[in-house]
Write a protein that binds this ligand. Structure first.
Ligand code: PEP
Ligand code: MG
Length: 752
């Protein structure tokens, strides 16, 4: 093992004593730089702290002119110190003046020092400042000294993160750590959320930095590394507990890192230099994050992300997982995560959720759909948000513009409070439309329905003034449960749904799991392409026991009423026939045993797999209704994973190919006299809903919050004019029609 064992450990011990001394912040900092300078035999040691205005202010120095302290500062990226902060990487120079970034600050008197070693002060991926040592002679600092200075910088990071230094910053300024951050992402569900940040996978804050006994710390580290390897192996073999997004590739990367000697060795070295095991992990993790920031290759950046996740797991093993469970969710929680599955979102107390911010995320992924159903503001594709947010920070999620404000200044917060009021007034206007018939300006009635799936959705059906539930996603009950819901539990939910809907139509969809909808208790084999895999009706037909139980629960619940049931992911007509046969069999079974049955049973198929587009005539001859699942249909038409953030904007459903496909469904269904509804996310935004009406859809189903805006749109729409303009456009060669459709709406005063 390289490195001198004595040096940094002696220094860290001395720093620990200094941290405990009852002196004021400036005195403590002064003593710290003095200690570092003498320990490293440097003539200069200085600390620069990053301010909210992106300047690095000199906070303390041993060796440079004292008058410069709190008077001298550099822009982020300016000079050597600014370069270190901007790149989050050390600089080790035998002749500083020769470096192209060198900036001369006359007030410091540093021109006589030639060699220069500076390291960033990092914490949780953020740069908080820079720590520098300088010498008169031309020397290159050995690697051990660079390491030692980086380790020492962690102590300063702790000090900056506490509030001790806040009072020292030049009046009128604040520390970067508490700086407001304005980030831009993609709006995924409409709404505004004001609240406090909760990290879905909290980053542990290491508070105990300096080891009492190196041997004990090394032993702790080895135990934790062993458990880490076992848990990753375990995850790899138990694919059933893998969560959405935690794909095999990621786990393989975890495994590679968990066995990476270099990584473990670097952590060990940091322990030997005097850190506790957890501080050593954090110290190595800081380097990883810094490399991540500088890495332009997205693939490598992802791998560094994986390594960062793994280090986080290791930290939790060292500090203890339990410690996280106790934290109470604030009443206005805004969840911040890299990505998550729908079931994980549903694990949170819905009453307390105000918003969701993801580094990834796409508009039709299921976590988005669930967030929309819960009425939570959501912004996705917010690069780097996890590194900028701390648990408990005030945060605003703007699901209209896609902006996220972390630690917003008072004026922004006030503006948002006003926006929230404005939205409430608009909601009130939409609410006024609730009892008005959904009829276009030229008198065409439109059937507006809601998508639902949970008990909490039910009051929304009436509140929104919807004509019924166009899609009841039965899998949500399965996703929130810890074990398979029994027949009785399913029956209770379905009965409650039908009771709440009263005279309104409810279309249940049979269990649609697989893809990104994972049931933690359902073991299934790992699949390369889960969206194209053993899911929905495919699984149901192979495991008829599950589907039969569900059908029985539905038949019981709808006794004396109408039961409308549709099957997801139908790919060929035979699948529908088999599903229908199962319904018939259950119906006869219940009849034989004298149970009350539904008055009528209507069965439908979802059109969401393109192969069905060429079997529409056969389908229409069999079904009572069709329902277009445009989310999956677009995913398969464009060959674009609906959960992949990188592709979310690449293809537009408002272009000729998908619009022609959607039009074809309408034409064939109409000629066969079969009603069609469209229940994907396309139905829920006024512009796309307008396009759907324009190509012939008269029944659409959407999130409850979308009913008001879509109704306002159609009430201002002359549908005849739209049809006359739009239908011929479908046959012309077009890249996309979004701009033209927006232009149409503006020209004809349609409220989109
Ligand atoms: C769809 O695919 O459009 C649909 C409505 O179903 P889900 O989003 O639940 O897959
Ligand atoms: Mg679908």
């Amino acid at each position: 093992m390289r490195g001198s064992i004595g040096g940094p450990r002696v220094m860290l011990r001395r720093l620990r004593e200094l941290m405990a001394e009852p002196v004021n912040a400036q005195e403590r900092l002064d003593k710290i730089v003095m200690t570092i300078a003498s320990n490293m035999v440097a003539e200069v040691c200085s600390v620069y702290v990053l301010r909210g205005d992106s300047r690095l202010e000199l906070f303390a120095t041993e060796g440079l002119k004292r008058e410069a302290v709190h008077h001298s500062s550099l822009e982020l990226g300016e000079g050597l110190v600014g370069t270190i902060a901007a790149q989050a990487a050390p600089l080790n120079l035998p002749d500083a003046q020769q470096h192209p970034a060198f900036a001369y600050l006359p007030e410091t008197g540093e021109e006589i020092y030639h060699s220069f070693l500076g390291v960033p002060i990092l914490r949780g991926g953020q740069t908080l400042g820079v720590l520098v040592v300088q010498n008169r002679t031309h020397r290159t600092y050995p690697e051990e000294e660079v390491e030692a200075l980086q380790t020492t910088a962690m102590v300063l990071a702790e000090m900056i993160a506490g509030d001790e230094l806040d009072s020292l910053v030049t009046p009128g300024e604040n520390l970067a750590l508490r700086r407001p951050q304005h980030l831009a992402g993609r709006a995924l569900t409409e709404g505004l959320g004001l609240g406090h940040a909760v990290l879905h996978e909290p980053r542990l804050v290491v508070t105990s930095l300096i080891a009492e006994d190196v041997h004990t710390e090394l032993a702790r580290l080895e135990t934790a590394l062993d458990s880490l390897r076992t848990s990753v192996e375990d995850l790899l073999t138990r694919s059933d507990i893998m969560r959405a997004g935690e794909h095999r590739e990621v786990l393989e990367a975890y495994k590679m890192f968990a066995y990476d000697r270099g990584w473990a060795e670097r952590i060990r070295e940091a322990v030997v230099s005097g850190l506790t095991a957890e501080a050593a992990v954090e110290r190595v993790q800081n380097d990883t994050r810094a490399r991540m920031l500088r890495q332009p290759d997205p693939y490598l950046r992802d791998r560094l992300h994986d390594l960062d996740d793994l280090a986080n797991r290791l930290l939790r093993l060292l500090v203890g997982w339990d410690h996280l469970e106790d934290e109470e969710l604030p009443r206005d929680a805004i969840i911040v995560a890299r990505n998550m599955g729908p079931a994980e979102l549903l694990d949170y107390d819905r009453e307390r959720l105000r918003g969701l911010v993801l580094e990834e995320g796409a508009p039709t992924s299921h976590v988005t759909i669930v967030a929309r159903a819960l009425g939570i503001a959501m912004v996705g594709q917010v690069d780097g948000v996890l590194d900028l947010v701390n648990t408990g920070d005030a945060i605003i999620v703007d699901g209209v513009s896609g902006e996220v404000h972390v630690r917003p200044p008072a004026d922004i917060e006030a503006a948002y409070v006003e926006k929230v009021r404005f939205r409430a007034r608009r909601q009130e206007q939409y609410h006024q439309l609730k009892d008005k018939p959904a009829v276009t300006r030229d008198g065409q009635p439109i059937n507006l329905m809601v998508n639902a799936g949970l008990l909490v959705d039910l009051p929304h059906v009436k509140e929104a003034g919807a004509a019924g539930i166009g899609l009841f996603r039965t899998e949500l009950q399965f996703m929130v449960a810890a074990t398979f819901p029994r027949m009785r539990e399913q029956l209770q939910l379905y009965r409650a749904v039908l009771d709440a809907a009263g005279d309104l139509d409810v279309t249940f969809r049979s269990l649609d799991v697989g893809g990104d909808k994972v049931l933690p208790y359902l073991r299934s084999a790992q699949e390369e392409n889960p969206a194209l895999g053993w899911r929905a009706i495919r699984m149901a037909l192979d495991r008829p026991g599950l589907l039969r139980t569900q059908i029985r629960a539905l038949l019981h619940a709808a006794a004396g009423r109408e039961l409308r049931l549709m099957f997801p992911m139908i790919t060929e007509v035979g699948e529908f026939d088999r599903a229908r046969a199962l319904v018939e069999r259950e119906r006869r079974h219940l009849q034989r045993h004298g149970y009350a049955l539904p008055d009528t049973v209507k069965l439908g198929a979802m059109v969401e797999v393109p192969s069905l587009l060429w079997q529409l005539e056969e389908m229409v001859a069999r079904v009572d209704f069709l329902s277009v699942g445009s989310n999956d249909l677009m995913q398969f038409l464009f060959a674009v994973d609906r959960a992949n953030a990188k592709l979310a904007d690449r293809f537009d459903p408002l272009s000729p190919a998908p619009l022609r496909a959607l039009r074809k469904v309408i034409e064939v269904a109409h000629s066969g006299g079969v009603p069609v509804t469209l229940c994907g996310e396309l139905a829920g935004s006024p512009l796309t809903a307008m396009a759907l009406l324009g190509i012939g859809y008269r029944s659409i189903s959407m999130a409850p919050a979308a009913i008001g805006p879509v109704k306002a749109m159609l009430m201002s729409l002359d549908l005849g004019t739209l049809e006359r303009w739009l239908l011929p456009q479908l046959n012309l060669p077009h890249d996309g029609l979004r701009k033209e459709l927006t232009g149409f709406a503006q020209k004809h005063d349609v409220q989109i």
